[in-house]
Ligand binder design. Sequence first.
Ligand code: ADP
Ligand code: MG
Length: 225
Amino acid sequence: MVTNDQNRPLLEVAGVSKTYGKQTVLKNVSFTMQPGERVALMGPSGSGKSTLLNLLSGIDHPDNGQILLASNDLARASASTLTHIRRHHISTIFQFFHLLPTLTASENIELTLQIAGVAAQERKNRVNELLEAVELTSHANAHPDTLSGGESQRIAIARALAHRPKLILADEPTGSLDSKSGQKTLDLLKNLTEKHQIALFLVTHSPEAAATCDRTLNLHDGTLI
Ligand SMILES: Nc1ncnc2c1ncn2[C@@H]1O[C@H](COP(=O)(O)OP(=O)(O)O)[C@@H](O)[C@H]1O
Ligand SMILES: [Mg+2]
């Protein structure tokens, strides 16, 4: 069953460790996030940032410790609870967008809503609202291969917001963009998560990106410092 205790933090990470073979990638990582809070995660390449993000999205499990999302223990949740959490509570934004190439911009956004079981008319309304919010109404019927990097990432942001998740996980979302598109992406992420009270966990190399968040965590060799 999916639980959601309003008095608890949105995300509670406690004593999380992760080892690949002989390499300990995360060591005793603990932090919490409140609903609507924006937290940046910085750290050198190979410090374990993506590994931590994959644990938060439930794609991978920690060897030790606990991750509670809206009071649901991700490591111990049933497959159906995990599926429900992924469809309704979490979204992920990647460095290279991961749009489906055979679908138009609109259809990429709408797919999230189909998976979440949203009715057709409501899907249309939300897709139109989101295209407007990311300033890409004119590109509704464009396929990803005709979009610039910045435009692709704005569609990916619209897709991530579509089912109104509680938490967006973004893994270096400006890492493949020029500074102008990167800044626009960061502004949209900040403004839209603020407007819709969605928490944002932003993995980044960029101090400018981290500065759009409420606070910054620093990961070094798998330990938060
Ligand atoms: N699936 C995996 N199998 C083995 N080693 C991995 C795997 N994923 C990540 N690693 C290793 O864990 C370390 C941290 O990787 P990663 O989390 O991708 O770092 P970052 O995102 O901070 O650059 C690296 O040394 C990487 O090679
Ligand atoms: Mg990474």
